[in-house]
Design a protein around this ligand. Structure first.
Ligand SMILES: N[C@@H](CCC(=O)N[C@@H](CS)C(=O)NCC(=O)O)C(=O)O
Length: 196
């Protein structure tokens, strides 16, 4: 049994979605970012964390990839060319999607008010839009990497949903269609249903 630390409305969503896709049972400790509860498991106060026995794992992407490797699903095997390409996609999404959304969040509500530079937001939105257009040419099949759903599908769609919540312009075309297919998956809906 796994325990996910972090609420549905955080990057913990990614880990819950992965666990649902893998058919694994889990409990949730809906600790808020930087809360004492979150710091109990991760001294930085960041969520998510995954508890497995006495072990505490941190970082949503590291956790998703660990689960995929362990359960031999939703990933190409380590040491293959396909895995190198999958990892390149994961890291590109971190650079061009997650980091941009995180920068927008920092300048909206994370940083103390006197350190926020709200003027940066249109530039971040435009950069995200350019990334989404590039992604359109990178979708290799029904899923990002081809015929199988893998870790980057979850990462990308979580970021796209986050962009909508953050008021970024909507993604369009094949990216929007693929993202909607991902949201229609029972595993995605099962996590959404936990959002209160
Ligand atoms: N790269 C980390 C980022 C985690 C992260 O920044 N989480 C946010 C909530 S979604 C958080 O806990 N922020 C609090 C902080 O940065 O102090 C991951 O993917 O897990």
């Amino acid at each position: 049994m796994y325990t996910v630390v972090g609420a549905v409305k955080s990057r913990a969503f990614r880990v819950m979605w992965m666990l649902e896709e893998l058919g694994q049972d889990y409990e949730v400790i809906p600790a808020a970012p930087r809360s004492d509860d979150a710091k109990k498991y991760n001294p930085t106060g960041k969520v998510p964390a995954l508890l497995e026995g006495d072990d505490v794992l941190t970082d949503s992407v590291a956790i998703m990839q660990y689960l995929a490797d362990k359960h031999e699903a939703m990933t190409s095997p380590a040491g293959t060319i396909a895995r190198a390409r999958q990892d390149a996609m994961t890291l590109w999404l971190i650079d061009e999607f997650d980091a941009i959304l995180w920068a927008a969040a920092k300048h909206s509500f994370v940083f103390p008010e006197d350190q926020r530079v709200p003027q940066i937001k249109p530039s971040l939105q435009a950069e995200f839009g350019r990334g989404a257009k590039l992604l359109e040419g990178m979708i290799k099949g029904p899923f990002l990497m081809g015929d199988e759903m893998t870790v980057p599908d979850i990462l990308a769609v979580h970021c796209i949903n986050w962009s909508i919540g953050a008021g970024f312009p909507a993604v369009e075309g094949a990216v929007a269609e693929w993202a909607q297919r991902m949201r229609d998956r029972p595993a995605f809906k099962a996590v959404r249903a936990q959002d209160s």
